[in-house]
Write a new protein. Structure first.
Length: 251
């Protein structure tokens, strides 16, 4: 490590990763944003799923000021965050075969919708089956993952495949296996994960692309405004009412 303090080193590492995804994932970001715009224009609904800390990036694009109102969270009980007790249960549930099928069977997902599946490793049964089974329903799937895991780890799904193998579009977060950017001689393990920073930025870039694509087609993007600015509640009320049949977080 350099002489810069750990805080600066971490921020520099995150900036480097963000530059990489900006430059190396530009085409896939454009494709993902276009897919979402196509879905909105075609009357479809938008969903995001992530387990554990990957759920943070999924939640960040749902009911978000400046974001698309049509993005819904596809929640799996016990894996949405670290509020489940014990927290290790969420990690265990990600490895359970068949859980994704049960969730999809009781979800509003249907043919013509789009689903963003977020999983850093992409190796556990839940995200793999979520993508695989959603596509079987006629849902378009965008995967957000670190492709490096597919060459440096083994899949935990019976098929031996990873999330990236079951997506229409794959966004590579470039995160190194282990998700820790820093090391110190005085610290026994690598530390300072950057996956949340990078994944959230990737998804917001996709949302921005989708909004601009809709506007280019003469369609007003269904965007939410902050409730803390004058007129924000009235604006959001109009958007939520206009698209109420495609929004599920208000029911």
């Amino acid at each position: 490590m350099s002489d810069r303090k750990p805080a600066g080193q971490f921020i520099d590492a995150a900036i480097d990763l963000l530059r990489r995804v900006r430059d190396e994932e530009a085409d896939t970001i454009e494709a993902a944003g276009t897919l979402l715009a196509d879905t909105v224009q075609g009357g479809g609904r938008l969903f995001a799923f992530g387990a554990g800390h990957s759920s943070l990036a999924a939640q960040d694009v749902v009911y978000r000021a400046g974001g698309l109102a049509l993005m819904n969270l596809l929640a799996v009980p016990g894996v949405v965050g670290v509020d489940v007790m014990p927290a290790t249960l969420g990690s265990a549930l990600e490895r359970v075969d068949g859980l994704a099928s049960a969730v999809l069977d009781s979800s509003p997902l249907r043919e013509g919708d789009a689903l963003v599946v977020i999983s850093l490793s992409g190796r556990n049964a839940l995200p793999v089956e979520m993508a695989l089974n959603a596509r079987a329903l006629g849902v378009r799937v965008i995967g957000v993952t670190s492709v490096a895991y597919a060459s440096e780890t083994k899949s935990r799904h019976a098929s031996g495949t990873f999330l990236k193998d079951h997506c229409d579009i794959v966004l590579d977060s470039k995160i190194a296996v282990g998700d820790a950017e820093l090391t110190l001689d005085t610290v026994p393990a690598p530390f300072a994960p950057a996956s949340t920073v990078v994944t959230s930025a990737l998804l917001q870039a996709v949302m921005a692309t989708a909004a601009a694509a809709l506007a280019d087609r003469g369609i007003e993007p269904p965007l939410l405004r902050s409730g803390n600015v004058d007129g924000g509640h009235e604006w959001n009320g109009r958007v939520l009412e206009q698209y109420r049949d495609r929004i599920f977080y208000r029911r």
